[in-house]
Design a binder for this molecule. Structure first.
Ligand code: GLN
Length: 495
């Protein structure tokens, strides 16, 4: 059952081969048995899940079901879920129960899905390894000594270990794509404005975007279709029709122009990752695409530009956690100032504090022009690089991260090497573009993803290319042997 895609599960549900309650119990049982070592869930919502499954079964029986009705889904713990604890990976929100559902969650729920629980993540989505979570690190299902990537590491590990058929994630600078690459699953970060941010706890508002982590492109297309669309509660969501991604999935790739940003294939790219990416490009060429070299001349400025903007916005967004309105409050404050200081000192972890301090500095009156305003100007130039590239090509392709999954603790003492993880992913967030990570092979037993990038609003092109690639390759079928279980379609890890 855990090897089936969403369409297969949906067919089994509609054909009454299995009920949603049975399917939900099956995944809850896997989580109960297998997540003790992975730590991919912060909260498992067993009772609620079974209740939702029973009402999905009623919908199916009444002939009122869509493709997603009865399908279990895991949600990143950054999305507010009514009456269910929403922690954002932080002690600050350890006991916060949201009074409403995020729009993305409400939309997914209205199609009749079942929520299995809330997945682990870096604290306030700040990180690339899931090690900053107050609830402890997530382990990579391919190697328990390694990180799953971050910040949506819980969602990626849960889907990779087949503890959930599909999951939501968010991506501010790579947090869907990098963990998808590290765990051998398919992740999409849509165009900025495609998915409502209402009820999605803010890290850096001009960069944050919700998306999907799935077993394959087709599954991701189904769920994104359900969660996307304009929302009157989010003025940055855009009123454009959401295409039916399923109708264009299998279109031919003949003549599609794929640009290779030369700056992404230079020094700093691990040779094993390069080999996997190059083999994937050869497969794409076999499907008829035309590979073209392009340049993104402002690439060297992406990391500093992103971190100035992300930290500035974070310092402003996180000012709401004051010990009064939300979350953790210290014991016996002496006065109001003491309440603020101690509640924040106790509630936030080290990385969050580092970012609030750095962001506050770059927004301060004396440094605003030199750092924040300068970064905004550089951001324009970076977006302009992509605009020029898309005059020549339809899609860009490259690595997701410079290396495969690294060891737990490896970068924890050196924030700058951790920030360099995002070198190929965060440029898209600065430009608001959609990007995808697709399983493309293994390097020394560890999964490696291929990154595909499209122009604004062209997610359909990404799904099409990823789907055609997945019809020709089986990388996305590989499951770590510990989680593969017995099944006639069993696929073990490659070595
Ligand atoms: N690793 C990046 C950061 O720490 C991206 C995180 C994310 O996309 N949420 O900011």
């Amino acid at each position: 059952m855990h090897h089936k895609s969403l369409t297969e599960l949906s067919a089994a549900l509609q054909g009454r081969k299995i009920s949603s309650e049975e399917l939900t119990r099956f995944f809850l049982d896997r989580i109960g048995r297998l997540d003790t070592t992975l730590n991919s869930f912060i909260t498992v919502t067993e009772e609620l899940a079974l209740e939702q499954a029973r009402s999905a079964d009623k919908r199916i029986a009444a002939g009122d079901a869509g493709v997603l009705t009865g399908i279990p889904v895991a949600h990143k713990d950054i999305f507010c879920t009514q009456g269910v604890r929403t922690t954002c990976g932080s002690r600050m929100l350890e006991n916060f129960s949201a009074p409403y559902d995020a729009t993305a969650i409400a939309r997914i729920a209205s199609s009749g899905t079942v929520m299995l629980g809330k997945t682990n993540m870096d604290e306030f989505a700040m990180g690339s390894s899931n090690e900053t979570s107050y609830f402890g690190p997530v382990k990579n299902p391919w190697d328990g000594e390694r990180v799953p990537g971050g910040s949506s590491g819980g969602s990626a590990a849960a889907v990779a270990a087949r503890l959930a058929p599909i999951a939501t994630g968010t991506d501010t600078g790579g947090s869907i794509r990098q963990p998808a690459s590290f765990c051998n699953v398919t992740g999409i970060k849509p165009t900025y404005g495609r998915v409502s941010r209402y009820g999605m706890i803010a890290y850096a508002s001009s960069l944050d975007q919700g998306g999907v982590i799935a077993r394959n492109a087709e599954d991701a297309a189904l769920l994104l279709g359900a969660m996307a669309g304009v929302d009157p509660r989010d003025s940055t969501s855009v009123d454009l029709p959401v295409p039916d991604y399923m109708t264009t999935l299998s279109e031919s790739l003949r003549g599609v122009k794929v640009g290779l940003p030369r700056e992404w294939y230079g020094d700093g790219l691990d040779s094993g990752v390069r080999a996997v990416v190059e083999a994937a490009l050869t497969s794409l060429a076999g499907l008829g695409v035309e590979l073209v070299d392009i340049n993104l001349p402002h690439s060297p400025y992406c990391i500093p530009c992103y971190y100035v903007i992300a930290m500035s916005e974070a310092s402003s967004n996180l000012s709401r956690y004051d010990g009064v309105r939300f979350g953790h409050r210290c014991e016996n404050p002496r006065d109001l100032l003491d309440l603020y200081i101690r509640s924040r000192a106790e509630g936030f972890g080290t990385e969050v504090k580092r970012r609030i301090m750095t962001g506050t500095f770059s927004l301060s009156a004396g440094y605003y022009d030199a750092y924040y305003l300068k970064a905004l100007k550089v951001r324009r130039l970076i977006a302009e690089d992509f605009r020029r590239a898309f005059e020549k090509v339809d899609i860009l392709a490259g690595p997701v991260a410079p290396t495969p999954a690294f060891a737990l603790g490896e970068h924890m003492d050196d924030p700058v090497t951790m920030y360099l993880q995002d070198i190929y992913t965060l440029p898209l967030n600065l430009a608001g573009l959609p990007g995808m990570s697709v399983p493309a092979g293994f390097d020394r037993g560890l999964p490696v993803g291929l990154q595909l990038i499209a122009n604004h609003w062209e997610e359909a092109r990404l799904f099409n290319m990823a789907h055609r690639y997945q019809q020709e390759t089986d990388w996305h079928h590989f499951v770590p042997s510990r989680f593969a279980g017995q099944s006639e379609t069993e696929q073990n890890d490659p070595d």
